[in-house]
Every structure is written in C-alpha cells, then in structure tokens.
Design a protein around this ligand. Structure first.
Ligand code: FAD
Length: 505
C-alpha cells in the first residue's frame, strides 16, 4: 500500500527550464523531481529570440515554420516567437547573465536554419547551466515553490481525470493529490544508443501520461543532432551548432567539404539534412569531421566543447573532431495546446515531453529552451485558472504499487535496436525488425516501471514511423524518400488508460 498526502497547490513534475518556469509563474507550487539533472543543464548554443533591429518575431516564426516540414502549428509558433523577447528579459531580471559585447549589448549567435543572428548565449557554450542557475536561485529566493525530490512512477486518478502523482522511494510508494498536475519531464533521447541526452531522459513522463489516457502526438519525429563528438562516450558530447555558425566546416577524412553537395545553406542547412549527410558519409565507408580550427579564440569562446574534446585528447584548435549524428530532441510527446492542456482533465504538459506542434516535424535550433520559458508562463496562467479541488475516491494502476522502478541491462539492447533500426535513416523492413525485437525485449523490460515505459514508447514510436510512409522533417524513410502531400498532418495516438484499483475511498 501507499501513504497519502493531500497538497493544496499544483504539482509540477520535473525541474528543468519548463518545470521551473511553470512553478515560478504560479502563486504556489510543488515541484516533484527525480535526482536526474535533465537536459536543460547541458544546453550549449543558446536561446533564440528576435532581439536585433533587423529581426522580428514574424521572421523568427518564418524560419521556425520553414524547417518544420509543413507540420508546425502556426498558432503555437506565433506564440513562441512573440514571447521570445519578454522571456529573455524575464531571465535577465531574475539574474541570468548572457554574453555581451564591449558596449554591453547582448551578443547574438547564428545557428542552422536561422536567417538572422538571434541566439542569446552564456559563457560561450554553457547557456543551459546559466539558465538553471538563475531559475534555481529564483526558486530558492521565493517562498512559493517547494521542491520534493522523488521519482514519479505514475499518476493518481479521481472520478474525473488526474488527481495527483505516485512517487517511489525504494519499495515504498507515496501518493500526493493536488488540484493540478503538470508534466515537465523532458524528452526521450536515451531511447537511442547514440544520444546527447543525459541519464534519465527516456520518455518516462510521456508514457506515464499515456497510461493515464492522455493523447500522444507525433511520436515518429526525433531530431538527430548532426554533430556529436564520436569518441566513445555516452552521452555523446554535443558540438554545438554555433560552431558551424562561426564558420566550422564539415569535412571528409581527406579534409574535403561535402555539405554543399546536399543543400544551398551547406553547413547551416536544417539539422535533418546535415544529420543525413553525415550518416551517408559513414554508410559509404567514409567518415565525417568538424574542422573548427579557423575559429579565433576557440578555448575562450567555447569552453564546454573545449573541455569535452580535451577529455578525449583532442584539441579543437589543432585537431579535426570526429562527428556522428545522435538522438537529441523529441518533437513527439504528450499532445498539448499552447496552454499545455492535455486530453485528460487535471493534466497539463510542457517542455520537451509535450507535443504542441510548435516544432512540427523538425525543431529549429535553440527554440526549445525558449519553448520552456514561453510556454511555461502560459501553462502557469492556465493552471491557475483551471486547477480544481480533488474529491472522492483515489485510484492508481496496481503495477505502480508493486513493480520495481529501474530497468535492467535489457534497456541497452532496446537502445541499440532503436539506433540501428529507428535512427537517422529508416526503412519499412528495418522498422518491422525493430518491432519484433522490441516485442521480444518487452517480456523482460515490462518487469520494471522504467523498462515498461521505454519499451511501450519504443513500440508506439516504431508503429508511428511505419504508418508514415513518406519522409518529412526528422523522419526519413529510405523506401519513401519524398514527402507525400496526403500525409501532411500530425499523428495522434490514444494509447488508452491503464486499469486502476481504488486505494483511498
Ligand atoms: C547536450 C544538449 C544541448 C542542448 N542545447 C540546446 C540549446 O543550445 N538550445 C536549446 O534551445 N535547446 C538545447 N537543447 C535541448 C534542451 O536542452 C531541452 O529540450 C530542454 O532543456 C528540455 O527542458 P525540459 O524542462 O522540458 O526538460 P529537462 O531539462 O530534461 O528536465 C526534465 C526534468 O524532469 C525530471 N524527471 C524526468 N522524469 C521524471 C520522473 N519520472 N519523476 C520525477 N521527475 C522526473 C528530471 O529529473 C528533470 O528535472 C540541448 C539538449 C542537450 C541534451
């Protein structure tokens, strides 16, 4: 059985940029978060916002839509880019320090797919850490946010919708009920053997919401970052796109550039184009390197990349850096509107675990920290307006009370299958092989909560990828290499709510 605590303020699950932005926007909130750091801390390149005199939210929206494979929701994109300048101002107001020139103006970087310099950054390439420092400081200084460190394993239900969360501490379970629950649990990059995402980012929160009956969206769309450092580390260190923005080139083992064969924007082409070009280099028996040797003051300007490279005995000032694509960002997730409302009463979703359609089939670089900030504020307003009192019976899925939490080594087999068969370039045969392998692995993985979430999500991802018999954004099918106008729509999946047992009447 489980203990029960009735909370009188909303619960936000997750303490990354999205979760903390929601919590700070509410009059009072509880943040329930696992010890894993989440992706925000690792973000390098920066936050996109139309801040320069030759730019506008309208142009930022046009660039966002242009890379999104026709699937972006225009209202969500408009809300995102219009909210950019204010979101940066709010961060600065709570103490975030961004890089500036000698005149004190914000330095704006450029990344792939952006036609303007509009990427704000901190300490060169340590933007996420600075954002988290500032948000955590604001939380520490506020008396309206309380942090509860615990892993959420499922959601509690009332007669109508979600009533709270179930947390695990070893074998013990605790149920917290609350007037609203906001999932802000991040993405799913670690479903793949090659990823830039840190431990814990396996789409847990997405399947937790799915099992409570929440509709999921666009599960086939994974963004593979083109340039992870290919030197045997897990997670693979990211070589930020800002390097290419500053002139770094992609070259083959003979030092020859190859990107101009693939796209007029060459190294600054959209991420999916660059990722596939690098994939094909290896597929054709060659290799790919990032040549950043011409960037002046490299060590000072990119200290995070420098540290990653030096840790594997490479110096970006003198060496070519071997690169591989790696799973980086998940466009799919819990279907949510621009206020974070899901298909289940009492449940909101925000940040990378949500799928609002703002990124369509492919995310524009540096738009996801912005998403956490802008939609975080919008979600807070919606939760404040619609949170309700939880009354009556509380029920939970029975397995949430007794299954162990942490998946065993079979998770690594799942990750390898996903990378080999559901990665940068997919085929129908490969996807069917993945489906069969996942079904086999799931007999072991479903003995733990984390393993079951990972294998269930993997299976849904594969089925969505099989159903989309075309290529669009982050989803590329070698057997259907062109987009099909008949399939220019989002994929919505209702996984169906799990059975529950009443635990408190
Ligand atoms: C290496 C790297 C570089 C990046 N660079 C950039 C960049 O320059 N610009 C940009 O815009 N984006 C960048 N991104 C993407 C961006 O960092 C993420 O999309 C964004 O930070 C996600 O924020 P989030 O708040 O949704 O999730 P996260 O920051 O991942 O936070 C998730 C939180 O949920 C908690 N959690 C998860 N599951 C549970 C559970 N079951 N119970 C309780 N708590 C749970 C975690 O502990 C964590 O606190 C980068 C990503 C990576 C990995």
């Amino acid at each position: 059985m489980a203990d029960l605590t009735r909370l009188d303020a909303p619960i936000v699950v997750g303490a990354g940029v999205a979760g903390l932005s929601v919590a700070l926007g509410l009059p009072r909130a509880y943040v329930v978060t696992a010890p894993d750091m989440g992706s925000t801390w690792w973000a390098q390149g920066g936050i996109a916002a139309a801040l320069s005199s030759d730019d506008s939210p309208f142009e930022h929206a046009a660039d966002t839509l242009a890379v999104a494979g026709g699937l972006a929701a225009a209202d969500a994109v408009g809300a995102l880019t219009a909210g950019g300048p204010e979101a940066i101002a709010r961060l600065i107001q709570i103490g975030a320090e961004f890089d500036r020139n000698d005149e004190g103006e914000l330095l704006l970087g450029q990344e792939g797919g952006h036609h303007r310099r509009r990427v704000v950054h901190a300490d060169g390439d340590a933007t996420g850490a600075e954002v988290m420092r500032a948000l955590n400081q604001a939380v520490a200084e506020s008396d309206s946010v309380e942090i509860i460190e615990a892993k959420v394993v499922d959601l509690a239900r009332a007669s109508e919708g979600v009533a709270g969360v179930i947390t695990a501490d070893g074998k013990r379970r605790h149920i917290y009920t609350a007037p609203a629950v906001v999932m802000a649990t991040g993405g799913a990059g670690r479903m793949f053997a090659r990823t830039t995402n840190p431990t814990g980012v396996t789409g847990d929160g997405i399947m937790i919401a799915g099992r409570a009956g929440a509709r999921l969206a666009d599960l086939e769309f994974v963004q593979f970052h083109p340039t992870a450092l290919n030197a045997g580390k897990d997670p693979m260190p990211l070589l930020t796109e800002a390097l290419r923005g500053e002139g770094a080139m992609l070259v083959d083992p003979h030092g020859r550039r190859f990107m101009d064969q693939y796209h007029s924007m060459a190294e600054l082409a959209p991420r999916d184009v660059v990722a596939r070009a690098i994939f094909w280099q290896y597929d054709h028996g060659s290799a790919a390197y990032l040549d950043a040797r011409a960037i002046p003051n490299f060590h000072e300007r990119f200290p995070t990349v420098t540290a990653h490279a030096l840790s594997v005995d490479l110096d970006p000032v003198s060496d070519l850096l071997p690169v591989s694509p790696a799973a980086h960002y998940y466009m799919g997730g819990i279907d949510a509107d621009t206020s974070g409302r899901t298909s289940v009463p009492g449940l909101w979703a925000v940040g990378e675990c949500a799928s609002t359609g703002v990124h369509g089939a492919n995310r524009l670089a540096s738009n996801s920290l912005l998403e956490g900030l802008v939609f975080g504020a919008r979600v807070a307003a919606s939760v404040a307006a619609h949170a309700r009192t939880v009354e009556g019976e509380i029920s939970v899925p029975k397995e949430a009370l007794d299954l162990p939490v942490t998946p065993g080594p079979a998770l690594e087999d799942l990750r390898q299958t996903m990378w080999d068969r559901v990665g940068v370039v997919r085929t129908g045969d490969g996807l069917w092989a993945a489906r069969n392998a996942i079904l086999e692995l799931s007999s072991v993985l479903s003995r733990t909560i984390g393993g079951r979430n990972a294998s269930d999500l993997a299976l849904l991802m594969v089925m969505a990828a099989l159903r989309r018999s075309e290529s669009r954004g982050g989803h590329y099918r070698a057997d259907y290499p062109e987009p099909d106008p008949m399939q220019e729509h989002r994929t919505l999946i209702d996984p169906g709510a799990a059975d529950t047992v009443v635990v408190f009447a």
